[in-house]
Design a protein around this ligand. Structure first.
Ligand code: GTP
Ligand code: MG
Length: 313
């Protein structure tokens, strides 16, 4: 990572070394995953302009010679959805702050919604410190609007620090890191120096494909889609990764949309996903995608578990 400095001492031998967990919590679409990626200095968690992009908890590990922060990106807590997958996502987000050292409560500058209030209520009885991260300040024309906005939030949740930022315009990100570090205990690193996440390459590959579905398709279809990696192997002879991804949708009509006219949509999704996979694996990639209908997968607890929507991960 860019700010890593070579030092003869291993991080573990340094008594001032800090290591701990920081959960990134908030309603959908406030920019949680974008913030985590920016703090990590690399793209790990998928993002899109649609709410409910992140469906799983994912650790992003940032290690330097002075600290190791494990960011815990979470699905946006939301109201409205009544399916098993909505329960899974809300449960995953709520359980994410059980064992962390600090919570980053992310809100969107100028917008305080019913869903934000739900998150605030969940944070109210927490023992651990809370940093209120007001993201997307680049969207505010008049910065003085921040004062009444923060005052309104203050009535519903007590926080230990406040930081206005823009993940998109990279404003105040080093200050946010400094703020997080104030709450990270002194202890040796938990994960090896070169670990980036707790998730497998296979999981990240499925997520990259799902990101393209979120970004390329209209408003409804992405919510009925999930991705399973059926093959993930390195072909020594060809010197490339062979990845087979199965896109599951809930209805025949959705399958038609994902495939597109003469396969144009799925081809575009495949091209974009392949580009990300090449960057992630730093090798050539042969990607094949299929689409299959699996009715009601998002509201069927057993189907969800078999598709990796698993509380124990
Ligand atoms: N203008 C602006 N847009 C931002 C900023 N940060 C994130 N975004 C955009 O906001 C949208 C949502 O970002 P995500 O990072 O996917 O949001 P999230 O909170 O992880 O959303 P869920 O995973 O659905 O809970 C994307 O289109 C981002 O590019 C910011 O600082 N300014
Ligand atoms: Mg997200």
């Amino acid at each position: 990572m860019s700010n890593q400095v070579d030092t003869p001492e291993s991080p573990e031998s340094d008594e001032s070394f800090q290591c701990g967990f920081a959960a990134v919590i908030g309603r959908p679409n406030v920019g949680k995953s974008t913030i985590m990626n920016e703090l990590l200095g690399q793209k790990l968690s998928i993002t899109s302009h649609k709410p409910q992009t992140t469906r799983h908890r994912i650790h992003g590990i940032h290690t330097t010679d002075a600290f190791q922060i494990v960011f815990v990106d979470t699905p946006g807590m939301h109201l409205g959805g009544k399916k098993s997958i909505n329960d899974y996502m809300n449960r995953t987000a709520t359980s994410a702050f059980a064992d962390v050292d600090v919570v980053m409560f992310v809100v969107e500058a100028g917008r305080w919604t019913e869903e934000d209030k739900v998150v605030a209520r969940k944070l109210k009885h927490l023992q651990m410190p809370i940093i209120l991260v007001v993201n997307k300040i680049d969207k505010l024309n008049d910065k003085t609007e921040l004062y009444p906005y923060v005052e309104q939030i203050q009535q519903e949740v007590t926080f230990d620090a406040l930081l206005p930022i823009s993940a998109y315009k990279k404003i105040n990100l080093p200050a946010l890191e400094t703020e997080v570090l104030k709450f990270i205990p002194k202890q040796p690193a938990i994960f090896p120096e070169d670990s980036i996440t707790d998730r497998s390459m296979r999981f990240l590959a499925a997520e990259m494909i799902r990101e393209k579905l979120m970004r390329s398709l209209g408003d409804e279809v992405p919510y009925g889609a999930t991705v399973e990696i059926e093959q993930f192997e390195f072909d020594d002879e060809e010197g490339r990764w062979v990845i087979h991804g199965l896109i599951l949708v809930e209805r025949a009509g959705q399958k038609k949309i994902v495939i597109g006219h003469k396969g144009s949509v799925i081809k575009d999704i495949g091209m974009k996903a392949r580009k990300d996979l090449i960057a992630m694996l730093d090798a050539r990639v042969h990607l094949e995608l299929w689409v299959k209908v699996k009715e009601n997968w998002s509201d069927d607890a057993r189907a969800l578990a078999s598709l990796g929507y698993n509380d124990n991960i």
